[in-house]
Design a protein around this ligand. Structure first.
Ligand code: WTA
Length: 656
């Protein structure tokens, strides 16, 4: 990490107070109420979390100690026993939620399943018994490699119910990436499907599992449970079994185990843009409480909401905000198997219209893709059921925020821009929609109980509007516990970059940020995505936002290229909106636009028009690959997470 701080050049002045009609109904209805919660935490941090844990979760045994902090190791609710699946299912069955839809699922071809809490509980118990019958015991690891179908949530909940840890591998990952993750977690049983639907086509999954397991490459795996989704696949006798054949034989009676608060809940491998994937470890009680309460706060969850988060369960967003957070709150969570593409550009808006979605949570990369598909699609649907919008995954460009606000939110829905990470378990910095005025591009303020700061390398807070490193200084219940079987990497990655001082430890998130005069956080992207032009550290995000604010630009990625004179120069890769043709005149116009928005310092020295950018399967731009291309090298290292390898071939920077 360099000593030079990141300079912030993009200034966004627009502000949107919470709509009064929204605040009037909201759980947290004013900034004063938010501040009061923050003060409660300040006055008694442990009492704050203990009070919430007491009120919001079911406990089989109370804890003896709220928090045991031996930096950087933390344990929460020590000595207590609970069960995440119990909190997501059983406790709702004695209320009117018993017959409420827990999951409304829509497959890409249009098939719909509505599953009540009662039914979900039934199926999860059967799945838990099936896992047991296949040899899974408390403490074992189960691999889940499924499309976005209800069985994915069932498998996760079944694991949580019996105290087995799951490791979900996104269905878009290759056999190689799957093998690596199954091996690393020493998985005993894999739950998969014959295949799933994605962008109008069947994507086979089981053959990937067969390939990953071939020749005993993952010796720990004993059995494979296969869900039928697309019509069948080859089965290996002795090892593989069909879920639909096993299910009727399984008892729907499977009491939830009383699990220790710190019992391993899941391992989720982050598709790191550099190096080997890290197995992020989350445990039972703290994660449950944190995802539960943040769902309630940030989505202002009400009993009759129909809530839709578009993430796949293969990512943390799917874990925390498709499955666990909503179900723990007794909400109706929508799952949609598909993704917008040329063949069905309006599919997201159809889902909202059909199921009367009231809360919609997606990623900036999806928003930009939807913008590109054209405003006529959302305009042709009834989106009036929406009352709240959210984003997650990367900084949202202010112009995309404004489109979301106007076109999708009809200027009446607050937007919650939520900053968090796989490592944090749940949302950390985000508006409370009834309380916090929003600004396009800002994640706004830390949630109650979260002590976030922007500091320099020595841990000194930086002045207002100056860029620095985003850190968290007090443990929170949802934080990761370690990197699976690699404590040393946990320390080195998260706790050592900014050394402790005066007994204060800094969780280093890896992101750059600045705070403005209202204390709002503007996340500027990963600090390794910073370009140093003639001694100015520029956040790639801000230059990209400047480009995207031009009407011709759909998406932009900016990287640095080593330069003898300036240290680095700015190289831009740009995809255009429909109806715009690449050409020199447009290039000059875009360069001038960046100069006008940010200044000559940020003017790209090279610009390449392209049809698509190289992205990870979770939609993050793989700048490492673009950096190599910009430097005239061939990309090296792990590209297993790249969504479409063809994209790389088509990209070669053209000098001005
Ligand atoms: C980025 C996703 C700006 C950030 C939940 C973080 C964001 C990384 C935002 C974590 C946001 C996520 N504004 N940046 N609202 N949300 N990020 O682990 O760089 O897939 O460190 O977790 O995404 O990505 P992850």
């Amino acid at each position: 990490m360099s000593d030079i701080l990141i300079e912030s050049v993009l200034q966004e002045q627009r502000q949107f107070p919470p709509p009064p009609a929204f605040s009037a109904q909201a759980r947290i209805a004013s900034l004063e109420q938010y501040q009061q919660l923050c003060q409660e935490f300040q006055a008694d941090p442990q009492g704050f979390w203990a009070g919430l844990a007491q009120r919001e979760l079911h406990w089989f045994r109370p804890w003896e100690q709220v928090m045991d902090w031996q930096p950087p190791q933390v344990r929460w609710f020590v000595g207590g026993q609970t069960n995440l699946a119990y909190n997501c299912l059983d406790r709702h069955l004695t209320t009117s939620r018993r017959t409420k839809p827990a999951i409304i699922w829509q497959g890409e071809p249009g098939d719909v399943r509505t599953i009540t809490y009662e039914q979900l509980h039934h199926d999860v118990c059967q799945m838990a018994n099936a896992l047991k019958a296949l040899g899974v015991q408390r403490g074992d690891r189960v691999g889940i490699y499924l499309p976005l179908i209800p069985e994915a949530a069932m498998a996760m909940l079944a694991c949580a119910r019996i105290g087995a840890a799951h490791t979900v591998v996104f269905g878009g990952f290759s056999a190689e990436a799957l093998k690596e993750r199954l091996r690393a977690a020493q998985v005993k049983v894999v739950v998969t499907a014959d295949g799933g639907w994605r962008k109008g086509a069947v994507v086979p999954l089981k053959p990937q599992v067969d390939q990953a397991l071939a020749d005993g490459q993952v010796p720990s795996v004993q059995r494979v449970l296969v869900v039928q989704r697309v019509g069948g696949c080859a089965m290996t006798p002795e090892r593989d079994g069909w879920w639909h054949e096993l299910q009727p034989q399984m008892s729907p009676d499977c009491p939830a185990e009383a699990l220790d608060s710190e019992e391993l809940l899941f391992i989720l491998y982050t598709s790191g843009t550099t190096g080997k994937p890290k197995g992020i470890v989350h445990t039972t009680a703290g994660y449950n409480l944190y995802t539960h309460i943040t769902t309630q706060w940030v989505f202002d969850l009400q009993e009759d909401d129909v809530y839709w988060c578009t993430a796949d369960v293969g990512w943390i967003t799917g874990h925390s905000y498709v499955v666990y957070g909503p179900l723990s709150n007794g909400a109706t969570t929508v799952m949609y198997e598909g993704a917008p593409h040329g063949g069905n550009p309006g599919c997201f808006w159809d889902v909202i219209q059909t199921h009367k979605v009231s809360i919609f949570y997606t990623a900036p990369t999806a928003i930009r893709a939807l913008i590109k598909m054209g405003v006529e699609h959302p305009q042709a649907r009834d989106l009036s059921s929406l009352r709240l919008l959210g984003t997650v995954g990367e900084p949202i460009n202010p112009s995309a925020w404004m489109w979301y606000h106007r076109v999708i939110g009809g200027e009446r829905c607050p937007i919650v821009d939520t900053w968090w990470q796989t490592e944090t378990g749940g949302m950390m910095i985000a508006p409370l929609p009834g309380a916090t005025p929003t600004k396009p591009g800002a994640a706004t303020l830390p949630l109650p109980g979260i002590q976030a700061q922007v500091v320099d390398r020595q841990g000194e807070p930086v002045p207002v509007n100056q860029g620095g490193y985003l850190v968290v200084t007090h443990p929170w219940p949802g934080m990761m516990r370690t990197v699976y079987q690699d404590e040393e990497r946990y320390r080195r990655t998260y706790w050592e970059p900014i050394p402790p001082r005066d007994g204060q430890h800094f969780y280093f998130a890896g992101d750059g940020a600045r705070r403005d005069e209202d204390g709002y956080f503007w996340v500027m992207g990963r600090v390794d995505d910073v370009i140093n032009v003639a001694g100015h550290r520029l956040g790639t995000m801000e230059i990209e936002s400047a480009l995207v604010s031009h009407p011709a630009v759909a998406e932009a990625a900016v990287v640095g290229r080593p330069d003898e004179l300036k240290g680095e120069t700015v190289v831009a890769f740009v995809t255009l909106e429909r109806h715009y043709q690449p050409g020199d005149a447009l290039k000059q116009a875009l360069l001038a636009h960046v100069v006008q928005e940010i200044g000559a310092i940020a003017r790209p020295s090279e610009m390449t028009f392209t049809d698509a950018l190289p992205k990870t399967r979770s939609g993050k731009i793989m700048r490492r690959l673009l950096r190599a291309l910009a430097a005239g090298e061939s990309p090296t290292g792990d590209i297993s997470t790249l969504e479409d390898r063809g994209v790389l071939e088509s990209l070669r920077p053209q000098p001005q």
